[in-house]
Design a protein around this ligand. Structure first.
Ligand SMILES: Cc1ncc(COP(=O)(O)O)c(C=O)c1O
Length: 391
């Protein structure tokens, strides 16, 4: 069920501005791609065409960027936090040593000793923390992670297996972020956060550039016999992920008039509320959504700057439909492992196509070519299996 829909009258029809380029631009996306694509285990993730599901849904085509295999971490977040850690290490070494250091020398282990003294930290509902922990392990620094009361033990375990020290905070995501900020100030730890706020934008910007490795891959994959999407559905937590993808496609394909639709859970609708109020608006999370990655009450400053004028429509959806959409993908031929946060886009698409008046407003019809992001696989296998089996 669609809970809320908001058509954004502030949507800019003009090309991507210089102001937006200072947040995120194609050159930085390319740099992130050039770096990340050299890492061990790098492989472009598949862009699948869901033919049967498109037929049943009533659109021409559905492309699904399947991130379940990304670096063996199970989600696209592996691209952002890890890259953020590397960029932080490069900056910090420059301060320590007094001259710029190359990423190549960091990879070669030239600064192993100095790096082992740094501690990176973040608040997370799982996926971002796993990526920061992976980066810390890969590049050799310490890692301190803050999770909120409802983060599953499976997700905690995944971060601990990467040698992170994980602290569970009594409260929601926003509370865990608060504690993370306080503790890092006291201990001189370095926050590598996927959300930005006044005074903290450097690494969230790098992280967003890292996410656009997906966009770089998609741009190449589209050249190989695939058609340009008319609509891109983007699930939102704090808005860094949708902001990154929206900014990339807007800048790269200015004349394609692609429609961007942001999808949130009814329990964490901070982006749709911000759009409705025409200013960044936080919401109090009263109930945790089962889409753990989307359970955020406070928009990211940078993400919001792009989304507020780049997005055509915002929707929020009920959690109730998430298990059945996960099972649709699990039963696809070939089967697709899609975690809870992964299926928000497909769920919204199915529901919008049932609500004719909204579909018309969004201009979704049998000619539409829809791009979806399968942002995670079974990031908590126990929860995933119990949902799939219950069907
Ligand atoms: C699997 C998954 N999808 C989507 C998102 C949303 O990304 P953002 O919080 O940058 O909007 C997250 C965030 O953690 C996530 O883990």
């Amino acid at each position: 069920m669609l809970i809320d829909h908001f058509h954004n009258l502030n949507k800019a029809r003009s090309p991507y501005t210089d102001e937006l380029k200072s947040i995120l631009n194609l050159e930085d996306a390319r740099k992130a791609f050039d770096e990340i694509s050299t890492w061990n285990g790098y492989k472009p993730t598949p862009l699948l065409s869901l033919k049967e599901i498109a037929l049943q849904t009533g659109v021409k085509k559905i492309y699904y960027k399947d991130e379940s295999s990304r670096f063996g971490l199970g989600s696209f977040k592996a691209l952002g936090g890890t890259y953020g850690v590397l960029k932080f290490i490069q900056d910090e070494l420059k301060i320590d040593i007094g001259t710029a250091v190359t990423l190549e020398d960091i990879h070669k282990g030239k600064y192993k000793e100095q790096i082992s003294r740094y501690t990176v930290t973040t608040a997370t509902d799982g996926n971002h923390g796993r990526s920061v922990a992976y980066g810390a392990k890969l590049f050799g620094c310490k890692c301190q992670i803050y999770i909120h009361a409802e983060v599953s033990f499976g997700r905690q375990d995944a971060m601990e297996k990467l040698d992170a020290n994980v602290i569970r905070v009594n409260g929601n995501y926003d509370k865990s972020l608060k504690v993370c900020k306080q503790e890092s100030e006291l201990n001189n730890w370095h926050i590598i956060s996927d959300t930005s706020y006044p005074g903290y934008t450097k690494y969230p910007r790098d992280i967003m550039a890292g996410y656009n490795v997906m966009s770089e891959e998609i741009a190449s994959q589209l050249e190989e016999e695939m058609e340009m999407p008319t609509h891109i559905f983007l699930q939102g937590g704090v808005g860094s992920f949708p902001g990154a993808i929206c900014g990339y496609f807007w800048e790269k394909f200015p004349n394609n008039n692609i429609k961007f639709i942001v999808v949130e859970s009814e329990h964490a609708p901070c982006l749709i509320r911000s759009a409705q109020n025409n200013q960044m608006t936080s919401v109090n999370i009263k109930k945790e959504t089962m889409m753990a990655g989307l359970s955020c009450g406070e928009p990211s400053l940078l993400g919001w700057e792009i989304l507020s004028i780049g997005v055509d429509d915002f929707v929020s959806i009920s959690d109730q439909l998430i298990p059945s959409t996960m099972r649709i993908l699990a039963n696809n031929n070939p089967p697709i492992e899609a975690g809870e946060s992964s299926v928000a886009g497909l769920t919204a698409l199915i529901e919008i196509m049932k609500a004719q008046d909204i579909a018309e407003k969004i201009k979704l019809d049998s000619e539409s070519i829809v791009l979806l992001f399968g942002t995670e696989g079974a990031t908590d296998p126990e929860i995933y299996n119990s949902i799939i089996k219950a069907g």
